[in-house]
Write a protein that binds this ligand. Structure first.
Ligand code: PLP
Length: 276
């Protein structure tokens, strides 16, 4: 496997993390997971734009365009010849003695490398169960930060309870998203999802769903859902780069619709396949 480290291509065995990388000590960095279909990046421009947004919001001095990251990533893809998979990319604030203030002389550290990803076919066909967990993350969930401690804690909670994903809520009136996916309800033919603000990460797959809705004439409505409203939904699904569109048939004890994969979810899955 060939990795991209800053501007260099190296072998897996040559990759080293410094103990004083701020990504390691503080989780001081941001990341992206970019899907590859048929040997090409999917929605790469969107990922690079979001990466620049995250970098700007946390004040990491890295310019995606002037570093020519897009070219470096296509070279990375060529060197690894991936047909179907993904690239994990992270940029930390760099290596410096462990002191909280931003170092004045550190260089951002970038790593990008292939990770195995394949579409969860069974879940996409049969639907999955979610479990509700309180959203105790910070209030800048719009940044794709390396700090995923609470996200991994709630994902483990979901796994332990036999659910595919955790569905997070700030209060009973405010459902936000999954631990690593966006959540969508469907009611009376409309797709309902949390507004893209600081409470959620605006997924690239969420943007893809928005595009598909537009092209298929399905209303896409940004609306905060309550826990009580879950029982009233006709359908539900989650979406992310690795999951794509996965229908939800049950949330804790609440059966969604008739408990089977719904028609609109199937339409969106078909639209997603067309997009790729
Ligand atoms: C990455 C992520 C998503 C999904 O984003 P995609 O770009 O569609 O993969 C949703 N929620 C959280 C918390 C995430 O980290």
């Amino acid at each position: 496997m060939i990795l991209l480290k800053n501007h260099n291509f190296i072998h897996r065995s040559e990759a080293k993390t410094d103990i004083e990388d701020r990504g390691y000590t503080f989780g001081d960095g941001v990341y992206e997971v970019i899907r590859i279909y048929n040997g090409a990046y999917f929605m790469l421009e969107y990922h690079l734009n979001r990466l620049q947004y995250s970098l700007n919001e946390v004040g990491i001095n890295y310019d995606v365009e002037s570093e020519d990251l897009e070219t470096l990533l296509s070279e990375l893809l060529n060197k690894n010849t991936i047909e179907d998979g993904a690239i994990y990319l992270q940029i930390t604030r760099g290596i410096a003695p462990r002191k909280h203030p931003y170092p004045t002389n550190s260089q951002p550290e970038l790593y990008a490398y292939p990770i195995p990803v394949s579409s969860p076919k069974k879940e996409q066909e049969q639907g999955v169960h979610l479990t509700l967990v309180e959203d105790l993350r910070w209030l800048r969930c719009d940044i794709k930060s390396l700090n995923l401690l609470y996200n991994v804690m709630v994902k483990q909670k979901a796994v332990d309870s036999g659910a595919y994903e955790a569905l997070l809520y700030r209060s009973k009136d405010h459902i936000t998203e999954g631990s690593s996916s966006n959540f969508f309800g469907i009611k009376n033919g409309k797709v309902l999802t949390h507004p893209a603000n600081n409470y959620i990460l605006n997924g690239i797959t969420r943007i893809a769903v928005q595009k598909i809705c537009k092209s298929q004439g399905i209303p896409f409505v940004e609306k905060v859902l309550s826990v009580d409203e879950l029982a009233e939904l006709d359908e539900a699904f989650i979406a992310s780069t690795t999951a794509e569109v996965v229908p939800v048939t049950k949330i804790d004890d609440v059966v969604i619709g008739d408990g089977t994969v719904g028609e609109i979810a199937k339409k969106l899955q078909a639209g997603f396949l067309q997009l790729i």
